[in-house]
Design a protein around this ligand. Structure first.
Ligand SMILES: NC(=O)c1ccc[n+]([C@@H]2O[C@H](COP(=O)([O-])OP(=O)(O)OC[C@H]3O[C@@H](n4cnc5c(N)ncnc54)[C@H](O)[C@@H]3O)[C@@H](O)[C@H]2O)c1
Length: 320
């Protein structure tokens, strides 16, 4: 199969590309290597694939609709996995316009390009942030999601609604996957697990926002990628599906697990809660199991141990 992946040089995109190439698929990868974090890191993410003749990389923007349509036609792509986005809840509070432009207008551009190139199968990255501070735990896909707490959450919900419109009007098969905090090798540098690991290994205090009782349903990137691959396989009609790890973990527990994984004690620098942050995320995974046969396989304690080993190898740090 030939699969078009937007945001392929990013954290999740590069892991997905690796899995698809290993499975024998062809990947047409589009990424503008934006400056939200180091473009050099993104080039490194995809460097191992250059020698693969089934990997075709184009540096370009999803908002360039004619480029996207041309690539879909030229390579006869059968499925689009749309991961490119302006990420980060906190960043979106300070730069809402660029967030909406990339995540909403950019998604519209991808949908229009698909329509003109007659490609109608789409797997799309959404986010647990759409649930906001929903009082019902665990979060279910048919919960009300009309009270976003950040421009990022609003943009992700808007993209889901746009995708539904194209399903209704043009019969697209769509899976909107609501990812819950993804971690693993190559995680974005501003995300908590990478930041905490760096601070611990550098002997700096770990900056924690809020009370420490906030919780996240951390998901290892290999599980996230399995959810995407299964969505490619089973996608039919229009579906919104949670893709998450096995359970939720509080910030306190996360720090303890990282202390164990690094063998280093943490000093904490407490800071006030950040605007846009949600209190707790926890996924109901019944729909993912029923529709995609998805079951997360990596426990946080095991994933963190591997993550710390990877981080030390890349950054040349040694455990004490
Ligand atoms: N990582 C998580 O915890 C998480 C959680 C929920 C949802 N998501 C979603 O998953 C997707 C991938 O996230 P990630 O963590 O891998 O982020 P990432 O920033 O590492 O990857 C996104 C990629 O998209 C590219 N990009 C940005 N704007 C673009 C544009 N206009 N045109 C082309 N490429 C563009 C970036 O250069 C980057 O390589 C995103 O849609 C994100 O919103 C991620």
């Amino acid at each position: 199969m030939t699969i078009f992946v937007t945001g392929a040089a990013g954290f999740i995109g590069s892991h997905l590309t690796e899995r698809l190439l290993t499975a024998g698929h062809s990947v047409v990868a589009l990424d503008n290597l934006d400056g939200q974090y180091s473009p050099a890191d993104k080039r490194l993410n995809i460097e191992p694939f250059w020698s693969n003749t089934r990997f075709h990389f184009v540096e370009g923007d999803i908002r360039d609709q004619s480029l996207v349509a041309d690539l879909l036609r030229r390579y006869r792509c059968q499925v689009v996995v749309h991961l490119a986005a302006r990420t980060g809840v906190r960043a979106s509070v300070y730069e809402p316009a660029v967030c909406l432009d990339v995540n909403v207008s950019g998604t519209l551009s991808v949908l229009e390009a698909m329509r003109s190139a007659q490609v109608s199968r789409l797997v799309m990255a959404s986010s647990s942030s759409v649930y906001g501070n929903s009082p019902h735990l665990p979060f279910r896909e048919d919960d009300a999601v009309a009270q976003p707490l950040s421009p990022y959450a609003m943009s992700k919900r808007s993209a889901e609604l746009l995708a539904h419109t194209y399903h209704h009007l043009y019969g697209f098969d769509v899976a909107c996957l609501r990812f819950f905090t993804v971690y693993g090798p190559r995680q974005r540098p501003e995300m908590a697990i990478t930041r905490f690991t760096r601070q611990l290994l550098d002997g700096e205090p770990i900056t924690l926002y809020g009370s420490g009782n906030t919780a996240r349903n951390y998901t290892h990137v290999h599980d996230t990628v399995s959810g995407i691959v299964q969505a490619i396989q089973y996608i039919k009609g229009f579906n919104i599906v949670n893709i998450a790890g096995p359970s939720s973990t509080s910030l306190h527990e996360l720090v303890q697990l990282l202390e164990r994984a690094t063998g280093l004690p943490a000093r904490i620098d407490w800071q006030p809660e950040q605007p846009g942050d949600v209190y707790c995320t926890q996924a109901d995974l019944r729909r993912a199991a029923d529709q995609l046969h998805y079951k997360p396989s990596i426990l946080l304690k095991d994933g963190l141990r591997d993550f710390v080993a990877w981080y030390q190898q890349i950054h040349g740090t040694v455990m004490v």
